[in-house]
Ligand binder design. Sequence first.
Ligand code: BGC
Length: 707
Amino acid sequence: MAGPWTGVDEALIDDLLARMTLAEKVGQCVQPANLDPVADHDRIAAGAVGSALYASGPLGGAERDAGMDASPVEACQRIARTQSRLGIPLVFGRDVIHGHRTVCPIPLGLAATWDEDLVGAVCELAAAEAVEDGVGWTFAPMVDISEDPRWGRVAEGFGEAPALSGRLAAAAVEGFQRHVAATAKHFVGYGLASGGRDYDTVQVGENTLRNLHLRPFRAAVDAGVAAVMAAFNDVDGVPMHAHRRLIREVLKQEWGFDGVVVSDWAGVAQLVDHGVAADLRDAARQAMLAGVDVDMASDAYADHLAGLVEDGDVPLDLLDDAVRRVLRLKARLGLLDPAQPRTRGPVAVPAGGRDLARRAAVASTVLLSNDGTLPLPDELGSLHLTGPFVEDGEALLGTWVLDGRGEDVVTPATALRARLGDRLTVTDGRFSDLAAVRTRAADVTVALLGEHPARSGEARSVADIGLPAGQLEVLHQLAGLGKPVVAVVYTGRPLDLTAVLDRAAAVLVAWHPGVEAGPALADVLFGVREPGGRLPMTFPRSVGHIPSSHHSRPTSRVIDPADDRRTGRYLDALTNPVLPFGFGLTYTAFEHLGATLSSTVLRPGHPVTLEVTIRNRGPRPGSEVVQLYFRDPVADVTRPRVELLDWARVELDAGAETRVRFELDRDRFAYFGRDQARRVDDGVIELMVGPNAATISQQRQIEVRNA
Ligand code: BGC
């Protein structure tokens, strides 16, 4: 593992632990918000605080040169280092999610790139910038599997597929942890919040958790993630902040996770709101017994943990274990090294951040339909740009942007004006006489539709996944004027785009793309670069179709369009999604052919390769995300109808072809059976290659044998 996440000197930690008082141990488990060097001076000096949330501020500069503290972060750190008895430094946490100052696409957009290297680079850039502001610990990546677009937090995660989420989680962890500690969150099942309402209850069995929701967390742990955050939700009646079975037994004991489990914001205290703890003391007791090491933003541990240990209600060795984990995180950041004089950093921020943001925004953009209007010709006469996002930089940053600034965004209007000069006309998105005149006068109109980030993210659930009120009507009116209208949809969630697909000449989903929103849009519209994205979540037809994912499991009755009585389909709507998982068009056309297996039998220690020919039979160079799915037709528990297994992106010139190889080992087909143990069965596995989960172009079978 690169960065500081290698070995830890456990002897150093033993030594510290042996010298700590009970109060100092509790202090390491306390993480207040907005720590202040004046108001909180005494408790920092007493060693009653271990880490802090949200405090940040620039390191270095003239103040440091003059021997002064440059920010509250530095001032707090100085108190901890020089005035607390053991001089143990604090670590400053902050939500650095999809960029710090250089904001890149939201995580759901990053997932649409299907590109681990790009995601890793974005997270590394974010971490390096954050270090400059004193941040040592980010509360990202969010790896909750999400199948419900009503839930606003789908914007923060990597979508519905455990394979995609898991690989991107690992890439994000490695990227962040080149400079700061990362946190896989929210453990676990949060994406199943009832009705898509944030924080709501979760009903899920252990087998579905293991075969689906726990998998990206396992990938993050295997990648060395420093911390895991407990989720706000309950799981079948047990709030996660009190879930001993999943936190202490599965995550810590079974998986061997040796990092920190941090609560979510006031999650320990909220055990009282859940109605499972009588008071704050009882909440602290249950959370510590369950394995929550750090109490973020509640007073439960600060006020009650020492008393609980003294009274024998919490064993001292559990507290020691929690403290050891916090000290380990600090050691891994180099904070326990007396030779390091600073809070942390600054480190060299990778060059080319804006170019990375632009590449990420292009790569995340998904082309949903195109009648040939795109790409626009270089010699295009005139373009009319309309919609609420034309000049609104801040709205294009997306949710969870604590440090990004609207003025850093190059807006669509600015970028297109730079390209087209006065051949660009702009209106604000309302249908008006002016908008009609400009639409008629232009060769093409580009309508920027979609949702403002204030409608996306935490506590931003919706009951209707249509476009915000009025936008569809404007699109209808513009499209009725007889000129091509290209719709660009900015969104943090899958929306019902059925009517948009019907009306627009071409449709792009651009998520919330970040600071390079405008240049990326110009690149895509004019074909300077191809929109590279593929959907990381299914786009269902309506709210009534939720939850909706490619990996639904077979039922007792197969959906049969010819038989009304015996199927699970809807009577009043088509059952299939508007747009399947993995979907995304290109400016060229690909064909998949000639899949071959190096062997039709897969034995332990003898991997098999599947090869398939990909041909670009279109007029332009382009890139295809070749997707490999599988099905396990006979298993110990019901298994997905299809599930993403692997993918590869290939770039091909017009007319060119190549062979794409996938390595398969037996372990890829492991799953958890009725006894919740991991197993691989003898038997046939069906392998399917295609451009998305609903379009399978090549199918093969392989026989798995355990000996
Ligand atoms: C969110 C977390 C976040 C934390 C700290 C909570 O409300 O659920 O995802 O990391 O706040 O900002």
